[in-house]
Structure formats: structure tokens, C-alpha cells
Ligand binder design. Structure first.
Ligand code: NAD
Length: 385
């Protein structure tokens, strides 16, 4: 195979963006699209001169595609991915890979049965030079032992018009969650990629605090990691101007990512050594303030599309193995479960317990969704550094 033939399931906001990106991907061709909405389907077929399907399974078994991009609402990610594997297709699944851990595990188990098929998840933020630099600094010996991480990620503002734009959005039955499941999978993925999984989570999630929605739009979570490292993760879609500040407190000082800059306040003497050796009572180590360059290479979906294409063609390893997407699902579930049950949740969490709680929320929902007209769309401002 020299050219990978793609089919996209769901040509809504994100799927249509993938269709547009496809012309920039080397050795890739968009040959088919699928949507249950006939208007969107007809538009995509006309725009990209490809075959249109209103059934994903028909597209999967058509022989016209080698790989499927799943860009539907979240609950469908798992059954569609499993069906695509059964049809012998490589898969890119949008984030979050699933709504809950038990479902994500089914997907991972299905992939195990088809190990030759490549499987990635659209965590394009991992391609951002900023986060790659932070990862490099953590993996090297520059920072010393990490003591605490704080991520305030409240610049995910979404308007009521956004939530009203789709019947599935911000409902337990249609989307399965709110800011943790829609906007934050990228941040939760980076959180676990950079710091590993916590062992315990205690969170407070407010449901519909700022919007007429039934799911969470405001979250404060406290996490504990192995070795005494602690973390706080704060997210919201109701604040403006929001903050995106990742602060890593370490023996060597403090690394701060905010406003597109990466600053290292470097202790001249590591704080643990200073603590042991100083003869002062109120002194602190001298600090050098260093701005760390990381280049101008932001995240982009195209990089994941190109990497996946190259991986299927045997030229590269995957940047993101979709199985790793299970961790961000687990973190989102654990935070919500902790808040719903007013308790600390141990990780690995009990997947069945969360599944049961979510099923109760779906069953007992009295929320009446008012679907309005979609507002102005600018996908570029939906991605966030
Ligand atoms: N990676 C990113 O940066 C990013 C950004 C935005 C959205 N997303 C993700 O993309 C996915 C889609 O989000 P969106 O904003 O494009 O939603 P959307 O509602 O705009 O589009 C979803 C489309 O899927 C279609 N659809 C639903 N069920 C289907 C089925 N069974 N078969 C075929 N088509 C079906 C709908 O008709 C709709 O056109 C979500 O998982 C979302 O989290 C990712």
C-alpha cells in the first residue's frame, strides 16, 4: 500500500475539519465519508468528491477505505471503533476514546484481537513543542524531584449557544459528561503523560453552575501520586478571561507554563539541600529566572493524521497509542465519581461503579434540552494551549 484511503464517520465540526486537513497529508486520500445527517453528508460529498454513506458499517465493508476516523459524539466511539476493527480497518478515534472506563476497556480488548491494525486517538496537544519541552525537562534531571503540580485550565469558555447547538451536547445520555469529557481530555491526557496516573483523587464538580446544562462545567480536583507528589486540577467553561497556568514545583525550583511562555525559576541550591544546610531561619535559596525556549511548533491535528498515515505505511511509530486514552477517561470518571459520591476515589478505579452511577444519571435525568441554531463557528478557537 502506498496511499492510505480514509473514511470519516461523522462530518460535523471536527470530522469536517479532518476532511479539510486531508489534502495536506502525504500518502493519504479521503475516499468516503459517512453521516446520519443527510445535509452534512451531501455537503461533504460535494466538497471532497468522495463517496457518501449514511451507515458506518456499509462504509466499513465497502472496500473503499483502509482506515476510519471516528468523529461522532462520544458514546458511539466504542461500537464504531469495534466495528471498524472487525472490518479490518485501522482507526483514529476522536477524544475522549470513550465516555467511561468500562467502555474504553472493551475497545482496548477489541484492538488486542487485531494487533496488526494501527489504532490512535486524536490527542494532538502531545505534538505541541511546549508540552514536548516540558516532558523533556521532567524526563531529564533539570528539575529534580517533583513535589507538586497545579494546572488551572479555565480558558475553555463555552457559551450557552454552544451547548444548545447539538442535542447530544452536555447531557448525561448524549455526551456522558461536561468539561471533563469534552474540553479537558487533552489536558487530562497531558497530565497523565507528564506526571503519570495519581493513586487517589478527591474532586468537587459543579453541575450546570454557569450554563443551562445538566453536566459539570466547573471542577476542582486534588490528586495524590506515588512518592508524595500532590496535584490540583481546576477546570471551567464558565470563566472569562480564563487562565491556563501549569505550575510544576520541584526541588530545583518552579517551572511555569502560562501565556505561551515557559519560565523556570531555578533555585541556585536545590530546596531540600538548602533546607538541610542553611543557618538562616527565614532565608530562601537565590533564584535565577530563566525563560526556556521551545520553538514555534504548535499542536495540530495534521501531525497526528500524518503520523498515523506513516505508521500504517510502516515508516514511523505512533505518537499516541489509543490505549493510553483510557487514562484520561479514567481521570475524568474518577473526578466525577468522587464528587457525586462525596468521597476519595482510588486509582485504578472501579469501572463498574462509575458505569452504574452514570446509568443512574441518564435514567433519572429530567433535563429538557432546547436545541438552538448553531452559532458562528471558528474551530481554531476551540483548541487551546
Ligand atoms: N481533537 C479535537 O481537538 C476536537 C475538537 C472538537 C471536537 N472533538 C471531538 O470530535 C467528536 C465530534 O465532535 P463535533 O464537535 O464534531 O460534533 P458534531 O455534533 O459537530 O458532529 C458529530 C457528527 O456525527 C454525526 N453522527 C452522529 N452519530 C453518527 C453515526 N452513528 N454515524 C455517522 N455519523 C454520526 C452527526 O450527525 C454529526 O454530523 C467528539 O468526540 C469531540 O469530542 C475533538
Amino acid at each position: 500500500m502506498n496511499v492510505l484511503r480514509y473514511g470519516i464517520v461523522g462530518v460535523g465540526n471536527m470530522g469536517a475539519a479532518h476532511a479539510l486537513f486531508m489534502k495536506d497529508i502525504k500518502n493519504a486520500k479521503l475516499t468516503a465519508v459517512c453521516d446520519i445527517d443527510q445535509t452534512k453528508l451531501a455537503k461533504a460529498v460535494a466538497e471532497y468528491s468522495c463517496t457518501g454513506y449514511s451507515s458506518a458499517n456499509e462504509m466499513f465493508s465497502s472496500g473503499e477505505i483502509d482506515a476510519a476516523i471516528i468523529a461522532t459524539p462520544h458514546y458511539d466511539h466504542v461500537p464504531l471503533t469495534i466495528d471498524a476493527f472487525k472490518a479490518g480497518l485501522h482507526v483514529i478515534v476522536e477524544k475522549p476514546i470513550a465516555v467511561h472506563k468500562a467502555d474504553a476497556m472493551k475497545m482496548v480488548a477489541a484492538h488486542k484481537k487485531h494487533p496488526k491494525l494501527k489504532f490512535t486517538a486524536m490527542f494532538q496537544m502531545r505534538t505541541d513543542a511546549l508540552y514536548r519541552k516540558i516532558k523533556e525537562l521532567i524526563s531529564g534531571d533539570e528539575l529534580g524531584k517533583i513535589m507538586r503540580v497545579n494546572w488551572i485550565i479555565t480558558n475553555w469558555f463555552r457559551s450557552q449557544r454552544y451547548y444548545d447547538s447539538g442535542g447530544w451536547r452536555a447531557t448525561w445520555g448524549g455526551e456522558g459528561g461536561g468539561v471533563l469529557l469534552n474540553q479537558c481530555p487533552h489536558n487530562l491526557d497531558l497530565f497523565q503523560w507528564l506526571f503519570g496516573m495519581p493513586t487517589k483523587v478527591r474532586a468537587y464538580c459543579a453541575l450546570g453552575k454557569y450554563h443551562r446544562i445538566e453536566v459539570e462545567d466547573d471542577v476542582t480536583a486534588y490528586c495524590e501520586f506515588k512518592g508524595g507528589v500532590t496535584g490540583v486540577f481546576i477546570a471551567s467553561t464558565g470563566e472569562a478571561p480564563g487562565t491556563n497556568r501549569l505550575e510544576i514545583v520541584c526541588d530545583r525550583g518552579r517551572l511555569i507554563s502560562e501565556n505561551g511562555t515557559l519560565t523556570f525559576n531555578r533555585n541556585e541550591i536545590p530546596v531540600a539541600e538548602f533546607n538541610r544546610t542553611t543557618d538562616t531561619m527565614f532565608g530562601t535559596p537565590s533564584v535565577w529566572n530563566v525563560e526556556i525556549p521551545f520553538g514555534n511548533d504548535p499542536a495540530h491535528h495534521r501531525k497526528i493524521l500524518q503520523n498515523f498515515t506513516d505508521a500504517v505505511l510502516g515508516k514511523e511509530e505512533l505518537i499516541v497509542k489509543a490505549e493510553e486514552g483510557l487514562n484520561s477517561v479514567e481521570l475524568a470518571n474518577a473526578m466525577l465519581l468522587s464528587s457525586l459520591k462525596d468521597k476519595t476515589v482510588e486509582i485504578p478505579m472501579n469501572a463498574a461503579e462509575f458505569e452504574t452511577e452514570l446509568a443512574k444519571l441518564v435514567k433519572n435525568s429530567k433535563f429538557k434540552k432546547k436545541v438552538g441554531k448553531a452559532g458562528k463557528l471558528d474551530m481554531s478557537s476551540s483548541f487551546n494551549r
